[in-house]
Design a protein around this ligand. Structure first.
Ligand code: BEZ
Length: 257
């Protein structure tokens, strides 16, 4: 099995654990959907700092957690030394009929090409194994993205589509890719999940943590000015009773090999 290290690691594992822990908290209901069984071998694809891998482990499963970010994997190993974690790119999986399940929470919107990831996931599974995933779907955080792009353009800069870091498919599109990879899709859902962001600076922190690519080529001062304007303009829409609510739209899928 090959490990894969990226050249640029954009992830701050401490910030992720302290200010964005909601990512794993929401994932607990995906663990329920997976329904891990004692003794199953499960791949946690995009394990982040390991909280859900540990939840799976506590169900008695044998877990391998992989993430593209070295920072995240190092933090996962220090928090959960009893679990096997390693750096790996979801589009370069190299497992063959090894897992009873592949589990992935809040990761696949970062992964392209999706068909390449799906064929690796499919190959990783034993016959009859299941793939259970949740990630950002079509229209995810659209209000925030639209406002950022508008402000970048109004400040006089071009916004290039190649700076858009995410893949937000519809369930029709993603289910089709799953079928093309060989899966029988037994479940597909696209739902709204308004997501409270931590604290008064929740929106600003979210943009700094997840949306850095959108500001590629802009200096720190301009980026911060744009983010302040975005905050100001979205306050009426997304700020309620002291809490920022991001307009998440998720897809959930189950595929059987
Ligand atoms: C999501 O989980 O949907 C998500 C998280 C960070 C950035 C974009 C989307």
């Amino acid at each position: 099995m090959k490990s894969f290290q990226t050249t640029k690691d954009i992830w701050d594992a401490n910030l992720y654990d302290h200010k964005h822990s909601f990512v794993s908290k929401y994932g607990n209901s995906l663990v329920e959907l997976l329904n891990p069984q004692q003794g199953e071998k499960i791949l946690d694809l995009g394990c982040g700092t390991g909280d859900l891998a540990n939840a799976l482990y506590e169900h008695g499963a044998k877990i391998v957690g992989v993430d593209k970010s070295q920072n995240m994997v190092e933090q996962a190993i220090s928090k959960f030394p009893h679990i096997e974690f390693m750096v790996q790119d979801a589009t370069n999986l190299d497992y063959d009929h090894e897992f009873d399940a592949v589990f992935s929470n809040a990761t696949l919107h970062w992964v392209q090409p999706a068909d390449k990831a799906l064929s690796g996931i499919y190959k990783s599974l034993k016959q009859g194994g299941r793939f259970v995933a949740e990630f950002g779907g079509k229209g995810n955080v659209q209000t925030i993205i639209n406002e950022i792009i508008q402000q970048i353009q109004e400040t006089g800069f071009e916004f290039n589509r190649s700076q858009f870091p995410w893949y937000y498919p519809s369930i029709a599109e993603y289910s089709t890719l799953m079928e093309e990879a060989g899966f029988r899709v037994t479940y597909a859902q696209h739902y709204d999940r308004p997501t409270p962001l931590d604290g008064e600076n929740g929106l600003k922190n979210w943009i700094h943590m997840f949306g850095k690519n959108l500001f590629e080529g802009l200096n720190e001062h301009t980026t911060n000015e744009i983010i302040s304007t975005v905050e100001h303009n979205l306050k009426e829409i997304l700020y309620n009773d002291g809490t920022w609510i991001a307009d998440y739209k998720r897809i959930r899928v189950i595929g059987i090999k």
